[in-house]
Write a protein that binds this ligand. Structure first.
Ligand code: ES4
Ligand code: ZN
Length: 334
């Protein structure tokens, strides 16, 4: 069976997806217009990688440029309805991509910092989540991500703001600019969240300074069960053993940007799996990356030789295994 059809027909789970990273240019325009926002204040620039950029230093610079663009873009989001529309558009993509289960990250701080109430963010996302389950049959959970380049105090305030909505939020994560913001900075936050029974994950983005040390801190200091990206676990053999022992799931993202010659990170993702680490495949920020949604991204990952159809099934099984679902509900998906 041809790759595209096989992938389209495969029931999928996505565990690493930033809802603000699904903002398409057309959605940005629609929301900017609805909220009567000055187009000039906001960025409508598509993400494009300059030719010939492969060095690690350059990539860190480009990663910051991407996050700037992402932080500019999310300023179109103001009302409950905006968050609803954004999330519901992703759920429709789930339906089209045969994603039957999704764990969706959102970043409260860049919204609350602009004066948007926490309530507007979570109420819009939660309403879309309920409607998508009912109308589209797409099940999902929410992950609240803390921006690690902001202060611990801001993170703790955000956890407090989430308290009235505890039932709507399944997990806690850590994202945004990693340089100079090691996981250990948030030990107190993770201890509090664990006491409140949140599921725990954190980004360890690819090729940051001290990336393997960050993976170690996530596992040993923050006590996460999953790591978003975390590919630099490969740099440290004892860490590989620890991750395998604890059954850590790595939510990898073989995405590419406009200008990248091929899917990024595929060789290392494959190596992780060959070593016996648990890995799943995800689209991260499909509104910004040229790789787009699952049914567009996965065929190219197969075509570049990194994995077979059987591998794909195994990766998807890892995703369902690592999903934050009660066992009885998990069984319905397998
Ligand atoms: C992100 Cl690719 C990536 N890395 C870190 N933080 C993020 N937030 C949204 N996308
Ligand atoms: Zn991410």
């Amino acid at each position: 069976i041809a790759t595209h059809e096989f992938i389209a027909g495969l029931p999928k789970a996505e565990l690493h997806l930033h809802i603000e990273g699904t903002l398409s240019l057309s959605m940005k325009r629609k929301l900017a217009e609805r909220n009567k926002l000055q187009l000039s204040e906001l960025s409508f620039t598509p993400l494009k990688v300059p030719p010939g950029s492969t060095g690690q230093k350059l990539d860190i610079l480009q990663y910051k440029m991407f996050l700037d663009l992402y932080m500019q873009g999310l300023k179109v989001l103001h009302t409950v309805e905006d968050f609803y529309d954004l999330a519901y558009a992703y759920y429709e993509e789930c339906k089209r991509n045969n994603i039957i289960y999704a764990e969706i990250s959102f970043d409260p701080q860049p919204h609350t910092d602009r004066g948007i109430p926490f309530a507007a963010v979570i109420e819009g996302l939660q309403a879309a989540r309920v409607e998508a389950a009912k109308t589209l049959g797409v099940e999902s959970r929410l992950i609240m991500c803390i921006n690690r380049d902001m202060t611990l105090e801001s993170a703790l305030q955000t956890l407090s703001a989430a308290k009235p909505y505890r039932d709507h939020i399944t997990g806690l994560g850590l994202d945004s600019v990693e340089d100079g913001h090691p996981p250990i900075k948030f030990k107190q936050l993770y201890d509090l969240a664990r006491a409140q029974d949140y599921e725990l994950t954190a980004h360890c983005d690819v090729d940051m300074v001290n990336a393997a040390e960050h993976v170690r801190q996530c596992i040993e200091v923050l006590g996460v069960r999953r790591i978003d990206h975390g590919i630099n676990v490969l740099d440290d053999p004892t860490l590989i053993d620890t991750a395998i022992e604890r059954g850590i799931l790595f939510t990898a993202c073989p995405t590419w940007r406009d200008g990248d010659p091929q899917p990024r990170r595929v060789d290392r993702i494959k190596k992780m799996r060959d070593l016996g680490l648990k890995v799943s495949l995800n689209t991260d920020d499909p509104g910004y990356f040229a790789s787009g949604y699952m049914n567009a991204m996965l065929p190219r990952v197969v075509e570049c030789g990194a994995l077979t159809q059987d591998d794909l099934v195994a990766y998807m099984r890892n995703a369902f295994d690592g999903a934050w679902l009660p066992e009885d509900e998990r069984q319905e998906f397998i």
